[in-house]
Design a protein around this ligand. Structure first.
Ligand SMILES: C[S@@+](CC[C@H](N)C(=O)[O-])C[C@H]1O[C@@H](n2cnc3c(N)ncnc32)[C@H](O)[C@@H]1O
Length: 242
């Protein structure tokens, strides 16, 4: 899609602003950072590749951010290359990339701007908050996470994202026939997710798969000699009210 001159100018200004903002962010508390970004976003939330920010006084509505049509979510997109590839291959779908680290959002938004990809929205948030506060029931067609943090130590298991509670929420936010895909380098985490998914309204398929996503972490594990990964595919078969 070609951008108009003024839109392109706005987008460039927005990215410069984000750069300045995020380079300063280390010295602000999260709440202050969020309200600063929100202040900026008030005037630009509908712009190209909006950065959606949760945690301010007003909750953004998906309908104001995404055009009609399927919505696909990547959790923890890292360097964003896979998100960008999927978005370019599926121009009729809106992609929401959720990432906790602001610096990654800045980096990926620059790539997206350079490539003029117009169907990606960024959400700087923990994925738990995003699912709770932004997404509405039966609004998402597909959700995926590639190489999510496995938190291997027993005392850190509580930080794992794909717990039963989270998977129930995921079920609720997916449309009928929607699906969730998780690929992990940690077989232990993969098997734990399968157990957590029992009774959450999904059919569960799990398998070992070869490298195929070409993400930074997939390359990292492959270079270290790992030649297969653990994939959990969740297909929604029953809707859960939560
Ligand atoms: C191990 S990296 C994988 C990055 C990328 N998917 C890849 O394959 O290269 C995990 C990513 O998820 C992000 N992340 C971790 N927990 C998250 C959460 N609760 N919500 C959103 N992003 C999260 C991290 O900031 C990090 O970028």
């Amino acid at each position: 899609m070609q951008l108009t001159g003024s839109l392109r100018h706005c987008r460039r200004r927005k990215i410069r602003f984000q750069d300045q903002l995020f380079s300063k962010c280390r010295i602000f508390s999260c709440i202050a950072l969020h309200s600063m970004i929100l202040e900026f976003m008030d005037s630009s939330i509908a712009l190209y590749n909006s950065l959606i920010v949760l945690g301010g006084p007003e909750r953004p509505h998906l309908s104001g951010i995404c055009p009609d049509g399927p919505i696909e979510v990547e959790i923890g997109f890292g360097d964003g290359d896979y998100l960008i590839r999927r978005a370019r291959e599926n121009p009729g779908t809106t992609f929401i990339g959720i990432e906790q680290k602001p610096s990654l959002i800045v980096g990926v938004s620059k790539k997206v701007a350079a490539l003029q990809v117009d169907n990606i929205r960024f959400l700087q948030s923990c994925a738990k908050d995003a699912f709770c506060d932004l997404f509405t029931p039966q609004s998402l067609s597909r959700v995926y996470a590639l190489f999510p943090d496995p938190w291997p130590k027993r005392k850190h298991i509580k930080y794992r994202l794909f717990s039963t509670d989270y998977l129930r929420m995921l079920n609720n936010r997916l449309i009928p026939d929607g699906e969730g895909l998780i690929v992990t380098d940690s077989e232990d985490y993969g098997k734990w997710i399968v157990k957590q998914a029992l009774g959450t309204g999904f059919t569960i398929e799990h398998s070992r798969v070869p490298a195929q996503f070409n993400t930074r972490f997939e390359r990292k594990w492959s270079e270290q000699g790992q030649n297969g990964f653990y994939q959990v595919l969740l297909k929604k078969m029953q809707h859960l009210d939560i």
